[in-house]
Design a protein around this ligand. Structure first.
Ligand code: GDP
Ligand code: MG
Length: 190
């Protein structure tokens, strides 16, 4: 249950939180849906589980964490855009681990570099994920210098829409959380 007396912008539990970040259309929402799919189905029947639409619990290898789809670091400079952006920045800052996503189809573009720079200032714990690696042929992008020049380490490939290698990515996330002393707790047995 959440603590109503203390209200940060994003309602959160003490589970480790990962934030999905990246420019529009890299596949944040698709990956978010894939990661939280199972857990959301499990919790949807319970009360007290209503949260911001874009944050949900996920279960991986029997352990629980939270995933937030930030989706707003690239919004317009109008009033609503600024509000959404502030929320996204808050989520990046608060996250235990940031999953920075790029589109493996388009490769790295200027907007990716801009957001990566911003993210590195807000949170040093970032894993670089290259999405839309649907087929072996798509893997060529993984050798591009531009990916390494983001300064976020070696890229981890996934295909959010097919689900390929999402499990390997979650293993990497789990290991990093553990290394950061934020090991996801085991879900309570039914
Ligand atoms: P967001 O703006 O970052 O939330 O991106 P979305 O999740 O809305 O995805 C943007 C587009 O990319 C949609 O048309 C998705 O179907 C497509 N997409 C997402 N993941 C993949 C993937 O792994 N492979 C391919 N080929 N397309 C994807
Ligand atoms: Mg989205």
């Amino acid at each position: 249950m959440t603590d109503q007396t203390h209200q940060p912008r994003i309602e959160r539990s003490d589970l480790p939180m990962i934030a999905l970040v990246g420019r529009a259309n890299v596949g944040k929402s698709t990956l978010w849906n894939r990661i939280v799919e199972e857990r959301r189905a499990l919790i949807s029947a319970e009360p007290h589980t209503t949260r911001d639409r874009n944050i949900a619990q996920a279960l991986w290898r029997g352990c629980m964490f939270e995933v937030v789809d930030t989706g707003g670091l690239d919004t317009e400079e109008d009033e609503m855009g600024r509000g959404i952006r502030r929320q996204a920045e808050r989520a990046v800052k608060d996250a235990d681990l940031v999953v920075f996503m790029v589109d493996g189809r388009t490769g790295v573009v200027e907007e990716d570099r801009r957001i990566a720079k911003q993210v590195r200032k807000l949170n040093p714990n970032v894993i670089l994920v290259v999405n839309k690696i649907d087929k072996p042929r798509d893997e060529e992008i993984l050798h591009e210098r531009a990916l390494y020049s983001l300064g976020l380490g070696a890229p981890v490939p996934v295909s959010a829409s097919t689900g390929k290698r999402v499990g390997d990515m979650l293993d990497a996330v789990y290991n990093l959380l553990e290394a950061l002393d934020r090991r996801p707790p085991e879900a309570e047995p039914k």
